[in-house]
Design a protein around this ligand. Structure first.
Ligand SMILES: C[S@@+](CC[C@H](N)C(=O)[O-])C[C@H]1O[C@@H](n2cnc3c(N)ncnc32)[C@H](O)[C@@H]1O
Length: 279
């Protein structure tokens, strides 16, 4: 039976099914898609919920009737539902791209159960030239998954996939460099934060899974490496410029320090939403 609001997610179902599909298909660093749904349903990962209103207000005016929209990297149906909620009346043609089969399989099951129209495409955004064109591209922290030396290639590849005059909405983190010798502290703080959040949630029993300890270790190791890899504030802007994007607006939000600080005097990390276009 289709739920009354097809864009309403069932986070507990997604957590369990996401884990099954992750086990079957995901070989990403940190086995990212094994645990993403569990951590989201437990409230440990909460950025999408906190950012939805801002994202909708910025992105909604950019989507025209029947726009070709690409979501570049999506760990579960969350981004599709955010975009669907604010743009469904304009009947966008949405394509979700991810290099991992696991989230795409979850999204396909989700859309089939609600008869939502959405295409999935398994592909690496680093080698994507010639696909598209898309009128709108949304990246939600996907650039954080790209190592520093490949970021220009990543944005060049996306510029080639965006229709002239189209818009790129790029949500990403930046922050002061964490000295590599602090990685162990960062990982341990992240581990405590994740475990505490899980223990206080309806998914606390997951800790009994025989693979849980290793999964948590892999997850926190990969997260810590991603944090070491955050670009400095100006870096993303420079890279987008080099890839021939023209920045239209930027909204920067300092992040509350949740579990780790380099030292009390360093600036907090920031999350920025950059909207850019190309000629
Ligand atoms: C940060 S996650 C997305 C999380 C996001 N907050 C969400 O709600 O889905 C980034 C996604 O991008 C995918 N990804 C990372 N690098 C990629 C690449 N080069 N090509 C395609 N997908 C990529 C990952 O597999 C992951 O599912």
């Amino acid at each position: 039976m289709t739920p009354a609001d097809p864009w309403n997610e069932d986070l507990l179902w997604q957590a369990h099914r996401g884990m099954e599909l992750g086990r079957a298909h995901c070989t990403c660093e940190g086995r990212y898609h094994w645990s993403y749904g569990i951590l989201r349903a437990a409230g440990v990962t909460s950025s999408l919920r906190m950012e939805e209103a801002m994202l909708a207000s910025l992105m909604s005016p950019l989507i025209g009737d029947h726009a070709r929209v690409m979501i570049g990297g999506s760990a579960d149906p969350g981004l599709l539902c955010v975009v669907g909620r604010f743009s469904a009346a304009r009947r966008p043609q949405i394509t979700i791209v991810d290099r991992c089969r696991a989230p795409l399989a979850l999204i396909e099951e989700f859309t089939a159960s609600r008869t939502l129209d959405c295409r999935t495409l398994q592909a690496d955004l680093l080698a994507f030239e010639g696909r598209g064109p898309w009128d709108n591209i949304l990246l939600h922290y996907t650039a954080d998954f790209v190592v520093a030396g490949s970021r220009l290639r990543f944005f060049n590849s996306l510029a080639a996939s965006l229709a002239p005059g189209g818009t790129l909405v790029c949500v990403s983190m930046s922050g002061p460099k964490v000295p590599p010798e602090r990685k162990r502290d960062l990982k341990s703080a992240l581990r405590d934060y994740t475990l505490n959040g899980l223990r206080q949630s309806p998914l606390a029993a997951q800790e009994q899974d025989p693979e849980f300890a290793r999964m948590l270790d892999d997850y926190t190791e990969a997260c810590a490496l991603r944090r070491l890899n955050y670009p400095a504030t100006n870096e993303l802007r420079d890279l987008l410029g080099q890839a021939a994007f023209r920045i239209m607006t930027e909204h920067v939000t300092p992040r509350r320090r949740r579990f780790f600080e380099i030292d009390p005097t360093t600036e907090p990390d920031t999350s920025s939403i950059i909207i850019a276009t190309r000629d």
